[in-house]
Design a protein around this ligand. Structure first.
Ligand code: BJW
Ligand code: ZN
Length: 244
């Protein structure tokens, strides 16, 4: 566990780094009111991942899967970005080469102003037609379920479920950035879902420094250069100071 003195050192490393990748997970949005997946109040406590977040579940019962997504969309619609998201948007503005790789589908990083952003598990506000493949932003909370496309196909949320491939271009861009960065910030992820869970090790093997921010220990904590075990909305603003 890193100390207050480490906070100053980590801040300095971040300020000096030329190329930075930030990898975020559900924990950064938890303080905005978006439920996480694992842990005490996580979604998988009350819902089964295999019943809801797999292509098989959608094929079996698209209405059930959509009801769960509409409930989550309703929750997310009421939230706004927090000081953790805002700090990462600031970091982008002040870093020569920056990429934010998020596993989150809530869109809060973009609302906070992040632009160099890859949403590797997709976005809950975009639908994709299982027939013609068309993607479009769709923020409706009151449509009949499951929604259909003009082509007659069924719409699905444009997110990546277990057993599905991540979009190759996004995956390659994220992995390339991990292989060439000087420093990686890993925030609010349990680091158990592949392939994102292996990104920090890719960076570490190429010599990057790893700074972790999480409420609790993760598989990364034993080899990260710094681990700060506190809320992302408290730690990130201390690591990434406002530009003077
Ligand atoms: C705070 C905080 C605060 C809280 N401040 N911190 C290799 C080995 C074994 C298995 C596999 C493998 N390769 C692939 C697999 C299978 C699978 C996988 O990884 N399974 C593991 C569970 C074992 N992966 C896949 O299927 C992926 N596809 C793939 O790899 O394709 C190729 C392939 C397929 C099949 C076999 C082999 C290869 C796709 C993964 C898609 C994940 N999808 C989901 C749902 C997205 C849509 C939706 O939102 O509905 O993505 S699952 C869910 O988990 C979601 C998240 O993005 C993802 C990660 O979760 P995250 O963000 O880490 O959240 P939590 O809740 O786990 O953690 C929150 C953390 O925050 C905690 O640590 C807290 O302490 C912390 N925290 N408050 C700071 N205030
Ligand atoms: Zn269609």
């Amino acid at each position: 566990m890193s100390s207050r003195a480490d906070l100053g050192m980590a801040r300095e490393e971040l300020a000096q780094a030329r190329s930075v990748v930030a990898l975020t997970g559900a924990g950064i949005s938890a303080e905005s009111g978006v439920p996480t997946f694992r842990g005490q109040d996580g979604l998988w406590r009350n819902y089964s991942a295999t019943d809801l977040a797999t292509p098989q579940a959608f094929a079996r019962d698209p209405r059930l899967v959509w009801e769960w997504y509409q409930w989550r969309r309703g929750l997310i619609a009421k939230t706004t970005f927090n000081a953790g998201h805002a700090a990462l948007a600031r970091l982008e503005a002040g870093t020569t080469d920056f990429l934010l790789v998020t596993q989150n589908v809530d869109g809060l990083h973009r609302s906070a102003g992040s632009q160099a952003l890859i949403e590797i598990h997709g976005n809950i506000w975009i639908t994709r037609c299982t027939g013609c493949g068309e993607r479009r932003e769709d923020r409706r909370l009151d449509m009949e379920l499951p929604p259909g496309c003009q082509c007659g196909g069924l719409l699905r949320p444009d997110v990546v479920w277990f057993g599905e491939q991540l979009e190759l271009a996004a995956l390659n861009r994220a992995q390339d950035a991990c292989l060439s960065c000087d420093l990686m910030l890993v925030v609010g992820t349990s680091a158990v879902v592949q392939p994102a869970a292996s990104f920090p090790m890719l960076a570490k093997q190429k010599g990057a420094k790893i700074i972790e921010v999480n409420l609790e220990g993760t598989p990364l904590s034993s080899w990260a250069d710094y681990s700060f075990f506190d809320r992302a909305s408290l730690v990130l603003p201390q690591l990434i100071l406002p530009q003077s």
